[in-house]
Design a protein. Structure first.
Length: 247
């Protein structure tokens, strides 16, 4: 059973290889999509090779809607995108996958049903299919080698859908048994180094000492440190002082 999560339907038009259908199912589920529609698959349906390739994404195939024509697959849709790698001589808006999925998310939020057409592996969608679409998705690939595997194209589009529909943290630091050092801990580290460097005669000549100390503190403030980092640097300095005293 497919989920009730609002999402675009991915329509595979006359797919030829079961492996690519299975790969498309995996790509869809990777990014939270499970509404697949399959139009007139060459090797019939269900397809054992598709099931084998789908692996843990078999439920996408189980819930797939099978039709004989593209028109049938799009009957309930309000807006349709067609993926193609080359110009087709048709006057239509042409957008990137990112823009397409942004528009799809906006339309779906308004209660519309959106579909994305993906063509067969050998030659892609025919103009008759593309003519049914409201807009074209064109992936900005290398123009000298624009061929994309069916599952790859599904993956790219599904990824962009996820970016538009999910609460994604775009950058993070994974902390391992520690936390960020607070201001007081950083102050203690700065003071420790300043005192020891002062004892070693580092701040010379005297007229430049204050400026050197300001620069040193500024350097510490630019360094994001964990408590473990601070403890290690305290330990490094203590060991260096002990080593010097032994000498």
């Amino acid at each position: 059973m497919t989920t009730a999560t609002p999402q675009p339907a991915f329509v595979l038009v006359r797919p030829q290889m079961g492996e690519n259908i299975g790969g498309a199912a995996r790509a869809m589920l990777n990014f939270g999509l499970d509404k697949m529609r399959v139009v007139d698959p060459r090797d019939g349906w269900p397809n054992e090779r598709a099931v084998a390739m789908a692996s843990g994404a078999g439920r996408v195939l189980d819930g797939a809607f099978l039709t004989q024509t593209t028109a049938e697959a799009l009957e309930d849709c309000h807006y349709v995108f067609a993926t193609t790698a080359r110009a087709r001589g048709l006057t239509k808006p042409v957008v990137t996958p990112e823009t397409a999925m942004k528009q799809a998310a906006e339309r779906i939020a308004r209660g519309e049903k959106v579909a994305v057409l993906f063509g067969p592996e050998r030659a892609g969608l025919e103009n008759e299919d593309i003519a049914r679409a409201n807009a074209i998705i064109n992936v900005p690939v290398n123009p000298e080698y624009a061929s994309l595997n069916l599952a790859q194209c599904v993956l790219l589009t599904a990824y962009e859908w996820r970016r538009q529909s999910a609460d994604i943290v775009h950058e993070r630091v994974d902390m391992t048994k520690t936390d960020w050092a607070n201001h007081a801990e950083m102050e203690a580290l700065e003071r420790h180094y300043e005192e020891r460097l002062d004892e070693a005669g580092f701040f010379f000549p005297p007229e430049k000492a204050e400026g050197m100390k300001v620069n040193l503190r500024n350097m510490w403030s630019r360094m994001p440190m964990t408590r473990a980092d601070v403890q290690m640097l305290h330990g490094v300095l203590r060991q260096m002082v002990r080593w010097k005293e032994k000498g």
